[in-house]
Design a protein around this ligand. Structure first.
Ligand SMILES: Nc1ncnc2c1ncn2[C@@H]1O[C@H](COP(=O)(O)OP(=O)(O)OP(=O)(O)O)[C@@H](O)[C@H]1O
Ligand SMILES: CC(C)(CO)[C@@H](O)C(=O)NCCC(=O)O
Length: 413
């Protein structure tokens, strides 16, 4: 079957293929992430159509040229175990036809999509067989770093700290961003020392990550979805499961070594000293303890890694976080505690989409320039840059659950 002739189901969100440009994928061990650009109607400078007013772009028009293209950057995620849903979505939205203005003729060029993550290799044949799509593979670490750098440099309120229920956006000085430690908490955890654009080294990692939380949580609580497990953890109390310093010291602090009575001495340790079965513990307490154990562990390893390389700033990304206040608080407290306040934990609004954004940026050369040429822009630009509309970045503490989009302008030089 010609991939571009595939049937599309009726979808209320359906966008004409001519309006979708530039799709990129990051297919990880747990989740497949999509980032795609959709063009707003009638925004192209150099074409007569210029009806809609320019939306705020975060960069004043006096300081740079008018945008050549306005649109939205869209984010979507699927469970990797349901990769067929992801393929169906791409097909139903015709995302893979990005930039094709004319009806396709059979035998014309193969469609390629930028893709990163292990799934770019694992599912390459599936994409080819089902829809004739070729995956153009980009290295996962390159993409993570490119995505993080791009978001940190471009979006004003991308980074924030979170401690004691206080969320505070951090102003990033582009000239003082590097070096930093990027800790990506996906299924597993990668720790990357970033010194500049394309200048980085993966210095550490741990297999105790988001997949561990989800996997163990599933086994121990019998919950059916990750969201259910997260919900449980909101409601639980880890004291029912963990052994605290006070449990060992008869309710007292062990102040000589700086441990208060409420410090966890042993995660899940209470379970050994009670004559109880697993079913005697509340699933929400187990979920809470598990989340705390894994977040603490990652926080501690991150701090040690930052210390090893003399890094003061740690940015945490990956979909394990899901902007969960308890997770962010635990990571922050761990970094703050172990570094005695020297190192700072920061989070990213687009936490789970770093790799996909990086893959998206890597296709800059081929996608949008061609589109602009097709759109009869008077002078196709030689260099493109993106500006994301700051006013559109979700401000609430809620998670970025996968269906968001943000206003985006493309500038040419
Ligand atoms: N809806 C969800 N379903 C499953 N896991 C989820 C979900 N939302 C968040 N997660 C968490 O996010 C983790 C995956 O994060 P992310 O997408 O950043 O990594 P990945 O790319 O799949 O993994 P890796 O990079 O290790 O291959 C899961 O292991 C789980 O802890
Ligand atoms: C294997 C990857 C890179 C796949 O994304 C990731 O899951 C990871 O960094 N795991 C941790 C492996 C380790 O360093 O022990």
């Amino acid at each position: 079957m010609d991939p571009r002739r595939a049937e599309t189901g009726k979808n209320s969100d359906q966008i004409q293929s001519g309006h979708v440009y530039h799709l990129a994928l990051d297919i990880g061990g747990s989740l497949a992430k999509l980032v795609y650009f959709t063009k707003n109607d009638e925004h192209i400078v150099g074409n007569e159509k210029k009806k809609s007013p320019l939306k705020a772009s975060g960069i004043s028009n006096s300081s740079r040229n008018s945008p050549v293209l306005n649109g939205r950057l869209n984010f979507k995620k699927f469970e990797t175990s349901k990769i067929n849903d992801c393929l169906e979505f791409i097909n139903s939205m015709k995302l893979h036809l990005g930039g094709c203005q004319q009806p396709e003729s059979p035998g014309s060029q193969t469609i390629t999509i930028k893709a990163t993550g292990g799934g770019a290799y694992k599912y390459a044949d599936l994409f080819k067989e089902k829809f004739g799509i070729s995956l153009d593979k980009e290295d996962e670490m390159d993409c993570l770093v490119a995505g993080a750098n791009f978001l940190l440099e471009t979006i004003h309120q991308e980074a924030f700290t979170y401690m004691g229920n206080q969320k505070q956006f951090v102003w990033i000085d582009k000239n003082d961003l590097y070096p930093y430690l990027l800790v990506n908490i996906g299924s597993g955890v990668g720790m990357i020392k970033v010194e500049g654009d394309g200048k980085f080294e993966r210095v550490s990692g741990t297999s105790i990550g988001g997949g561990t939380f989800w996997g163990l949580g599933k086994l121990l609580t019998k919950c059916k979805s990750f969201d259910e497990l997260l919900d449980l953890s909101y409601r639980g109390n880890n004291r029912a499961v963990d052994m605290l310093v006070g449990d060992i010291y008869g309710g007292m602090d062990y102040s000589k070594i700086g441990l208060s009575s409420t410090t966890i001495a042993s995660s899940f340790g209470r379970a050994i000293s009670e004559n109880k079965e697993r079913d005697d513990y509340k699933p929400e307490d187990i979920a809470r303890s598990l989340l705390r154990m894994i977040s603490n562990n990652i926080g501690q390893i991150s701090y040690l890694t930052a210390l090893r390389f003399g890094l003061k700033r740690i940015f945490f990304g990956g979909f394990f976080i899901r902007r969960h206040p308890f997770t962010m608080d635990t990571l922050s407290v761990a970094v703050n505690f172990w570094s005695k306040g020297e190192a700072k934990a920061m989070f990213l609004q687009h936490e789970g989409f770093l790799g996909a954004v990086g893959a998206f940026m890597s296709s800059d050369k081929h996608g949008l320039k061609e589109l602009l040429a097709n759109q009869k822009v008077e002078r196709p630009p030689s260099k493109l840059s993106f500006s994301l509309d700051q006013t559109q970045v979700p401000q609430q503490d809620g998670e970025l659950n996968g269906d968001e989009s943000i206003e985006c302008s493309v500038y040419g030089a």
